[in-house]
Ligand binder design. Structure first.
Ligand code: URP
Ligand code: ZN
Ligand code: ZN
Length: 469
């Protein structure tokens, strides 16, 4: 067999969601072909065009970030990362797959919305990518289109209980979409906040002169996240459909998920690093700096973090995604000076997720395998990409990260690669850093040098949700 397309990663500790094994990993033609435990002698005859020494390092599957918004239009502006800059930054952070959200704008078909996102991504991505579909107009025709999208690999649909007049769907529309998903195998992803009630509180806050960023957190109450989460769960039950709740931030909302899962319902939840590491203290930073932390659902008081970490350990939450939706402080977040409701919603983070979760391993909050489960395997299963993505096994794509668990780094906008002028984690010291990243066997980051190219990343048609837990 020719060794010309082979890469051998020697000497590392292979960590997957299921196992930890000191082993060599052989990749050929973009796929993993074999693993050989150190000392087994199995790798003795292996030859390769390239050998990477991973002694003292981890060899982990490339991260799967199931929730990003490159170039997303929001509040009169666009998320600052393009598919080119955002996927490059993702690779720097050890993520080799993103699932981004295509948007159906009002009046558009799902097809038109999806095609617009194909055009944005095509030829521009450094890593592989798939799409979820945001449905902002649930009607007879878009319901029928859901079936076609599922068949062609866009198997999940985000609905919003928030943002009336923009993305919002009422309960009847939500129920119809869930019924359709129950029939076609699609997964409904829910932005669970009671947007109608929130808009009343926004109006009242502004009328009282409460215009600072911290009021964004105060009006988007935890109880309104919990209420919407409860309602979404009941609607999914009535429809007989599974449900995935995105960006869970409130302890009360997590309790709704836990109660549903205790009943054995197919209800799943995701949280994001911002809710695990940041809080309303950040939203309250003076001189409008709090705007950097405006996202929805909002950051919560610190005690919610304890509940979220527990939920990750007990599997009441299955996935950590970033909800990467970056807006520069200058010129974008600033649109909301004097009116917090005009601050574009979203935080940068696609580059930081793997490192922040590894820091949680260092601090003993989660195990090494749980790190890989939450960031790689579970999202791959949830979104129909497993075992092509999310693990290290023969036949899987050779999306591999050599990770140095001892390297120290300080997260900063001065050194990050996301196209945004601030870091939500500025100055945070973490242990662990990506060293080398392969996407389908091709180096994207090589010993901390970017060697990738826009256009290497290919579109991933996805199967149905494979998550059964
Ligand atoms: O604030 C957020 N999360 N922005 C992105 C859009 C969404 O709701 O996920
Ligand atoms: Zn959302
Ligand atoms: Zn989002």
């Amino acid at each position: 067999m020719s060794s010309s397309t082979r890469t051998l990663i020697r000497g590392g500790l292979v960590v997957t969601a299921a196992d930890e094994l000191h082993a060599d990993v052989l990749a050929e033609d973009g796929r993993i072909v074999a693993l050989a435990a150190h000392g087994s002698g199995l790798a003795a005859g292996w030859t390769a065009a390239r050998t990477i020494d991973a002694t003292g390092k981890y060899v982990i599957p490339g991260g799967v970030d199931g929730h990003t918004h490159m170039e997303m239009p929001f509040g009169g502006t666009f998320a600052a990362d393009t598919f080119e800059t955002g996927t490059r930054a993702a690779a720097w952070g050890g993520t080799t797959t993103i699932v981004d959200f295509a948007i159906q704008s009002p009046g558009q078909s799902l097809r038109e919305g999806l095609d617009a996102w194909f055009a944005k991504a095509d030829g521009n991505c450094a890593i592989d990518y798939g799409f979820h579909m945001i449905m902002s107009d649930v009607n007879e025709s878009s319901l029928k289109e859901m079936d076609l999208l599922v068949q062609e690999g866009v198997s999940s649909f985000k609905l919003f209980m928030a943002y009336p007049g923009v993305f919002y769907s009422d309960d009847g529309r939500i129920l119809r979409a869930m019924q359709r998903a129950a029939h076609n195998g699609g997964l409904v992803m829910m932005h669970a906040e009671n947007g109608i009630a929130i808009d009343v509180l926004v109006e009242q806050a502004l009328a009282a002169g409460h215009t600072d960023p911290r009021y964004h957190g105060e009006v988007r109450k935890a109880l309104l996240e919990a209420e919407a989460t409860h309602r979404a769960i009941q609607l999914a039950r009535v429809a007989g459909a599974p449900l995935y709740v995105v960006h869970v931030s409130a302890e009360e909302a997590l309790a709704e998920l836990a109660a549903a899962r205790d009943k054995g319902l197919p209800v799943f939840g995701e949280t994001c690093p911002q809710y695990l590491f940041l809080s309303t203290d950040n939203l309250a930073e003076p001189d409008f700096e709090g705007a950097k932390y405006v996202c929805s659902t909002p950051l919560r008081p610190q005690d919610h973090q304890t509940a979220l970490w527990r939920g990750l350990r007990t599997d009441d939450l299955q996935v950590v995604s970033t909800d990467h939706c970056p807006f520069c402080f200058t010129g974008q977040k600033e649109l909301g000076r004097g009116d917090f409701s005009k601050i574009p919603n979203g935080l940068p983070g696609v580059e930081n997720r793997m490192d922040l979760l590894h820091q949680a391993v260092v601090e003993g909050r989660i195990s090494r395998r749980r790190w890989i489960d939450l960031a790689c395997a579970a999202p791959a299963r949830m979104f129909g990409l497993y075992p092509q993505k999310g693990t290290i096994a023969p036949g899987a794509d050779a999306d591999l990260v050599v990770y140095d668990p001892e390297a120290e780094q300080v997260i900063s906008a001065a050194t990050h690669h996301m196209n945004v002028d601030y870091s939500a984690y500025e100055g945070k010291r973490v242990r662990g850093r990506v060293e080398t990243v392969l996407s389908r066997g091709v180096p994207v980051i090589d010993s901390r040098t970017y060697v990738g190219s826009p256009g290497h990343g290919t579109y991933l048609p996805r199967g149905l949700c494979q998550y059964t837990g």
